[in-house]
Write a protein that binds this ligand. Structure first.
Ligand code: ATP
Length: 366
């Protein structure tokens, strides 16, 4: 469905070896390659300083491209001004004009573009209906709640009918409940309008639930691109494994001899891949939900001491330490679990769900 009765324009984005070196000589992006499909929602995640905002600003045209090529629908746009790119950006701090009504805020870009008043009004009203703002059009921003303001910021972007939406942590100023609502709304709108979108967030749940594909960045590089489930189940590196998932994946130093892994506490488990290895150091990754509590210890279990219990209702997080070792681990136990600080907890790594990484390079082994 298109917004104003016109066919929605196709928009593919293609990033080829995009580099950014700031005037002070610092290289924030070292050659980013990515093809984004028409109507796709890409979420970019990564630690602070990895270059997410730089990338988004380059797409928007707010930051120059040092090298490489950016194309929209196959057309090079490197040197186009922001206004010429058909891209709309939604920020976390809404940036609404305080002295203008909601309607005027939403119609501002159209007015600048010289769209006649009657048409502007029609488009603003249509968009307002689409996102549930029709009763608030005469209000000023200060007379709105945070969620309503965020909706106006979205509306202002939608009304321009851009080919591409960019979101820079648009929900980070909202409370938890509203974030969930707006997250669902953004997803619904983006699919309904069929626009291509790139979304930067720090929020794991937002990233996992919104993304058609997730891009994990690290130090100005892309570490991995894939569907959220693929990245969760098959992280290509130690870095991605530790970044995707909350609480984070547990890592244990282990030694592999052919099909057997020996853990620090002399626990022996079957390796997920039987390589030709003899006493080779590897890094074993186990997600918190794949440490299964058992009543009796054996040589496939880890004996741990409980240090902290976090009951979350639907499940319980047990922060434990391997007995006789310094390794902190987190286990996610089903439901409300009767464990207490100081208890001994026997945990069996789920042999089918293990991840193995090269000790040196951090690359996935399988
Ligand atoms: P955050 O999650 O904290 O917002 P980010 O991933 O968005 O981080 P960027 O803001 O893109 O990171 O910054 C990437 C790197 O580029 C950082 O090391 C930052 O210090 C550096 N940087 C950003 N702007 C400039 C600038 N104008 N001049 C020099 N270096 C900059």
């Amino acid at each position: 469905e298109s917004l104003h009765g016109q066919d929605t324009a196709m928009a593919t984005l293609s990033l080829n070896a995009l580099r950014k070196t700031y005037p002070n000589g610092f290289t924030a992006l070292h050659g980013i390659d990515l093809s984004i499909d028409d109507g796709e929602l890409i979420v970019v995640v990564g630690p602070s300083g990895c270059g997410k905002s730089t990338l988004l600003r380059m797409l928007a045209g707010l930051e120059s491209i040092s090298d490489g090529e950016l194309a929209i629908d196959g057309r090079r746009v490197n040197d186009l001004e922001p206004a010429e790119r058909d891209i709309a950006m939604v920020f976390q701090n809404y940036a609404l004009y305080p002295h203008m009504s909601v309607a005027d805020n939403m119609g501002y870009a159209l007015k600048n573009r010289g769209v006649p008043k009657a048409e502007r009004r029609r488009k603003v009203e249509e968009t307002a209906r689409l996102i549930g703002l029709e009763d608030l059009l005469e209000r000023r921003p200060r007379q709105l709640s945070g969620g309503q303001r965020q909706r106006v910021a979205m509306g202002r972007a939608i009304v321009r009918e851009p080919k591409v939406f960019l979101f820079d942590e648009p929900l980070s100023n909202l409370d938890a409940k509203l974030r969930v609502q707006m997250r669902i709304e953004i997803r619904r709108l983006q699919k309904r309008l069929g626009v291509t979108a790139v979304y930067v967030t720090h929020d794991q749940v937002e990233a996992m639930t919104l993304a058609d594909r997730l891009v994990v960045m690290n130090g100005g590089h892309i570490e991995q691109v894939g569907t959220p489930m693929h990245l969760y189940e098959c992280p290509a590196s130690h870095f991605v494994a530790g970044f995707i998932g909350s609480p984070a994946m547990n890592f244990l130093d282990a030694r592999q001899t052919h099909g057997t892994l020996t853990l620090p506490c002399d626990t022996r488990i079957a390796a997920p891949s039987a390589r030709d290895a003899i006493d080779t150091p590897v890094c074993l990754g186990i997600r918190p939900e794949h440490l299964l509590p058992v009543d009796e210890p054996d040589d496939t279990t880890l004996t741990t001491r409980v240090e902290l219990v976090e009951p979350l209702g639907a499940d319980t997080l047990a922060h434990v330490r391997l007995e006789g070792q310094d390794e902190p681990l987190v286990a996610r136990l089903d439901g409300v679990h009767a464990v207490a600080e100081g208890d001994t907890l026997y945990l069996r790594p789920d042999a089918d769900r293990l991840h193995l990484f090269d000790h040196e390079t951090g690359r996935r082994l399988d």
